[in-house]
Design a protein around this ligand. Structure first.
Ligand code: SAM
Length: 286
C-alpha cells in the first residue's frame, strides 16, 4: 500500500473514523497516530525484519499495524475494543500476515499466542492508563519477548531509563532495568496523535537481558525493599524500611547493613544503584 493511502495520512484516518461513526474512548486511552515519521522511528527502534513475529498491543484502527505488516513476518494485534474490529477488518484487508485478537492484553497468554518455543517482539503505542501493569507483566511474566518497543508518556519513559540520583529514578527504573536494557528512541509531540493527548510522549525500547545484572538470593524480597525505600521519597532509607511493617526490619538492622556497605546512615533510597539494593537485600534477608 502506498503511504498516502495509509492511516498515517490524517485525511485517511478522518475518513475512516467518519465512515464507521467511530467514537474515541478515553477509558481505553485511544490516541491514534497520524504521523508516518514517528511510525518509522518506532519501526527502526524495534529493528523489525521479515523473520520477526510481532505482537502489537492495541492496534486501534490499524495505523501502526499497516507498517508492521509490511516489515514483519507475522503480526498478532491484540485489541480490547470490539467497535474497532470491523474497522480493522477493513484497514488491514490487504495484509494476509496479520491476525487481530479481540482480547484484553492483561489477560492474554502470549506464550500460547506466538507458539511454544517461539519468540516475539512487542511493538505498541500503549494505552497510557495501563502502561506499568503491561510492561511489568511482560517483564516479570517471562513472556517470550526479545524486545518491547513502545510509545509511552514521556515522563514514564524517563522514569524507566533513569539513573541513580536523578529526580525521576525510582522503583520503576530499578524494576525495568533489572530485566531489560533501556534505549530512549524519540520524543513525540502532541500533534502526532488524534485526538491530541494531554501529555507528551516518547518511544522507548526495552531489550530483555539474558541474565539480570545483579545476583540476589531472592529478587522478590529485593523489590519489596526497593518499593519501601521509595514509598516516602523525602525520608532516609532507614526510615523508609522500618516504616514498612511487613518487612519486619528494625532501625538497628537497617543501620548495621548500611554500615557494612560503607554507606552513611542518612542515605536516601534514590542514590542507591541496583547492585547496592541487591547487596542490601541479601544482608537484610530474613
Ligand atoms: N496503535 C494505534 C495507533 O497507534 O494509532 C492505537 C493506539 S491507542 C494509544 C491504544 C490502543 O489500545 C487503543 O486502540 C485501545 O482501544 C487499546 N487498548 C486499551 N486497553 C487495552 C487492553 N487492555 N488490551 C488491549 N488493547 C487495549
Amino acid at each position: 500500500m502506498e503511504d498516502k493511502d495509509k492511516l498515517s495520512n490524517p485525511q485517511v484516518t478522518i475518513q475512516t473514523i467518519q465512515k464507521y461513526g467511530f467514537q474515541f474512548q478515553k477509558r481505553y486511552g485511544q490516541n491514534f497516530l497520524i504521523d508516518d515519521h514517528v511510525i518509522r522511528k518506532i519501526l527502526r527502534a524495534a529493528e523489525i525484519t521479515r523473520e520477526d513475529i510481532v505482537v502489537e498491543i492495541g492496534p486501534g484502527i490499524g495505523t501502526l499495524t499497516q507498517y508492521l505488516a509490511e516489515a514483519a513476518g507475522k503480526v498478532y494485534a491484540v485489541e480490547i475494543d470490539d467497535k474497532l474490529l470491523p474497522i480493522l477488518a477493513d484497514t488491514l484487508s490487504s495484509y494476509d500476515n496479520v491476525e487481530v485478537i479481540h482480547q484484553d492484553i492483561l489477560k492474554c497468554d502470549l506464550r500460547q499466542l506466538v507458539g511454544e518455543g517461539k519468540t516475539c517482539k512487542i511493538v505498541a503505542n500503549l494505552p497510557y492508563y495501563i502502561t506499568t501493569p503491561i510492561i511489568m507483566g511482560l517483564l516479570e511474566g517471562h513472556v517470550p519477548a526479545e524486545s518491547i518497543t513502545v510509545m509511552v508518556q514521556k515522563e514514564v519513559a524517563e522514569r524507566m531509563a533513569a539513573e541513580p540520583g536523578s529526580k525521576t529514578y525510582g522503583a520503576l527504573s530499578l524494576a525495568v532495568q533489572y530485566y531489560a536494557e533501556t534505549y530512549l528512541a524519540a520524543n513525540v509531540p502532541l500533534n502526532c496523535f488524534m485526538p491530541r493527548p494531554a501529555v507528551g510522549s516518547a518511544v522507548i525500547r526495552l531489550t530483555r537481558r539474558e541474565q539480570p545484572p545483579v545476583e540476589v538470593k531472592d529478587d522478590r524480597w529485593m523489590f519489596r525493599l526497593i518499593r519501601a525505600s521509595f514509598n516516602e521519597r523525602r525520608k532516609t532509607l532507614v526510615n523508609g524500611l522500618r516504616n514498612e511493617p511487613s518487612l519486619g526490619i528494625s532501625k538497628e538492622e537497617a543501620e548495621a547493613a548500611l554500615t557494612k556497605m560503607g554507606l552513611p546512615l542518612t542515605v536516601r533510597g534514590e542514590t542507591l544503584s541496583l547492585a547496592q539494593f541487591g547487596e542490601l537485600a541479601d544482608l537484610l534477608m530474613k
